[in-house]
Design a protein. Structure first.
Length: 640
């Protein structure tokens, strides 16, 4: 009986999805126990998987433990260190942006530590570079000690979020990201803005309070209601400044907030999220609906969700996308509970959710991510806050072996290997006669586009490969070192203004090729630059002129099974237009895999498989075809 009820609930929600496909499906990526940001290859693998399961926004941590995870001039000028040591020599944020936008996924950097400068386990605040240089930035308790979360000896060490210098420092990090990267917004959380209720007794905050209260010192009782309100209002005023700093750089930039639930967040961390939401200060409201250990039950999730919904006005439900605790420590949310959280959100009129964090969705066997895709995320969805505007269309990608959009002169040799190139294979030449490869593509609309090429770094390649990037009226020449490992992957050549229509975009030639060197040629990508062209309208993915070959819909066709409903067997067929790695799997309504009909490499052709459900119960099932990094899911019914 219980299974029948779940099935009926899911069928109902599936009908809603088919009519309303505007949902936020976000994942938080942190560096605490994540390897995603530690390598460029890891970033590409992670983002491709998230795209395959329908995720449409990523919140990557870019401020953690007193370090930025992007090269920061602000941090270098203040502390002599531009990036966390583990990321030295790289720009993880730029790499993540490129891979995410290639997949049509938005990137909203997450300043995870917020007003916290470090984390300690012994209560001894040493090695904190920020507070060592600027001791007046530290928040203090009423006993004069550092303000530390938890029991006062283990937890986050807090700066004073009311200190104007601290506020300016945090805004400088935000504006640095927005000025230097084509991101889609900024996210704060339960530490931005926030301050533990025990804090606020540092000399700067006390002086501000006294100046506004005729010289009276703040109450010794940190739970005094007026004292709490004064500090909370100061944090809210900062939040208003933060919003202004974001929106002045682009009306389409999103201010996303992921605070603790109000009933706890205000009392313990002075976060007046109810005011932020109801007064229209945020674009995305992502309350952390995290049941405490050890229970972490679905019933507790429901309870916290209802308390949070009660704090916001009905008309603000449209911007609420609850944070679901998918993984922390050794805990990973069960797949069935994960699906139930999504269904509970939809039953309460909420059009999306986010997951803390990546490993809980893409854990070792990818059970949770695959379950989401095969059930509640069976169809792709656009972001609700874009109101139908295709803000991040998938870019045009032209493979090196495209016989229509690539022309060549001279002698080029084909290197075949799944380890080479954006997909597989690449071309190379050491011809001394003039050789070139020219790439063309459909420009979907007038605007500024970033033009990229895929680099396979090797010591034998050219140190000054010549690329000509064409504009609407001229061309720009770039010389790229193809030997450097830091250039491996998608390399941005130039931002150029292009006009709508089929155009020549890029040419690579062997001009100046040194003796004994080779030039390699791979894919070209043309991606809209939203910093430069925020108003350019692209009405559909199809107009983006040739998306990534591995993911464009015309690369394969998945047919309706026949018969349907059926008992006990049905036929499932599909056609693929190019050789690819293909899987065809069947799932039940809870996302459990019940059959693998095919898994492996297949040449371009049409295929059909028989699915026998003799051993299965009546109900709804889903079959999912994945071709490389793209997939499609359809529903079928076993009726006995």
């Amino acid at each position: 009986m219980k299974k029948t009820i779940i099935a009926l609930i899911f069928i109902c929600c599936t009908m809603v999805y088919s009519q309303q496909l505007q949902e936020l499906r976000g994942v938080w990526i942190t560096n605490v126990n994540s390897t995603v940001l530690s390598s460029d290859a890891g970033i590409k693998t992670a983002v491709d998987y998230l795209a395959s399961i329908g995720v449409n926004v990523i919140f990557p941590v870019m401020w953690n433990g007193g370090n930025t995870l992007y090269p920061s001039t602000v941090m270098y000028n203040l502390f002599g260190k531009s990036i966390a040591s583990t990321m030295s020599g790289r720009d993880p944020l730029q790499r993540l942006i490129t891979e995410a936008h290639r997949n049509g996924i938005e990137v909203i950097p997450w300043l995870e530590y917020g007003f916290a400068s470090s984390y300690v386990y012994s209560g001894v605040v040493s090695g904190d570079a920020i507070l060592t240089k600027y001791p007046a930035w530290a928040s203090k308790t009423n006993t004069g000690n550092y303000c530390i979360d938890g029991d006062g000896s283990t937890g986050f060490v807090w700066m004073s979020g009311i200190n104007p210098d601290v506020q300016n420092f945090m805004i400088s990090l935000v504006t640095e990201i927005l000025d230097n990267y084509d991101v889609d917004g900024i996210q704060g959380d339960d530490r931005l803005p926030a301050l533990p209720a025990e804090g606020g007794y540092d000399s700067v905050t006390v002086a501000l309070y006294e100046a506004e209260h005729n010289g009276s010192a703040p109450p010794y009782n940190y739970q005094d209601s007026d004292w709490k309100r004064w500090r909370a209002d100061k944090l809210t005023a900062f939040f208003g400044r933060l919003k202004d700093s974001i929106k002045v750089r682009g009306a389409n930039l999103i201010l996303s907030s992921a605070p603790s639930p109000y009933y706890w967040g205000y009392d313990d961390h002075l976060q007046d999220s109810k005011t932020w939401v109801n007064n229209g200060m945020v674009d995305n409201f992502i309350p952390q609906i995290y049941p405490d250990a050890p229970a972490r039950s679905f019933a507790t999730y429901q309870y916290i969700l209802q308390k949070t919904l009660a704090d916001i006005s009905t008309d603000k439900k449209s911007i609420m996308y609850p944070g679901v605790l998918a993984e922390v420590g050794t805990y990973v949310i069960p797949s069935s509970q994960l699906v139930n959280c999504v269904l509970e959100n939809r039953n309460n009129g909420l059009s999306g959710e986010t997951y803390f964090f990546y490993e809980g969705i893409a854990n070792s066997n990818k059970t949770n991510g695959d379950t989401l895709r095969s059930t509640v995320y069976a169809q792709d969805a656009s972001l609700p806050y874009r109101n139908g505007f295709l803000w991040r269309p998938k870019p045009a990608i032209v493979d090196e072996d495209d016989t229509v959009r690539v022309s060549s002169t001279g002698t080029w040799k084909l290197a075949k290997s799944t380890a080479l190139g954006f997909h597989a294979n690449m071309y190379y030449t050491n011809d001394t006669a003039y050789t070139s490869r020219t790439y063309s593509a459909d420009v979907p609309a007038d605007g500024w586009y970033g033009v990229y090429t895929w680099i396979e770094a090797n010591n034998l390649y050219s140190t000054n490969a010549r690329y000509a990037v064409y504009t609407s009226t001229d061309s720009v020449v770039c010389y790229i070192d193809q030997t450097l490992q830091k250039n491996k992957g998608w390399y941005k050549l130039q931002d150029v203004y292009l006009t709508k229509g089929y155009s020549k975009i890029l040419k690579l030639d062997n001009t100046g090729l040194a003796s004994g060197r080779y030039i390699m040629a791979d894919a070209m990508m043309m991606m809209i630059n939203r910093k430069l062209s925020p108003e350019t309208i692209i009405s559909s993915v199809k107009e983006s002129a040739g998306t990534d070959k591995a993911s464009k819909p015309q690369g394969f066709l998945l047919y309706d099974n026949y018969p349907n409903p059926f008992n006990p067997s049905t036929k499932i067929g599909y056609t693929i237009s190019r050789a690819a790695y293909v899987t065809l799997k069947v799932y039940n309504v809870l996302g459990k895999e019940v059959a693998i009909l095919w898994s492996g490499l297949q040449p371009a052709n049409s295929y059909q498989y028989n699915f026998d459900a003799a051993g299965l119960q009546s109900g709804v099932y889903f079959y999912r075809l994945q071709v490389d990094n793209s997939s499609q899911t359809k529903k079928m019914i076993v009726l006995k």
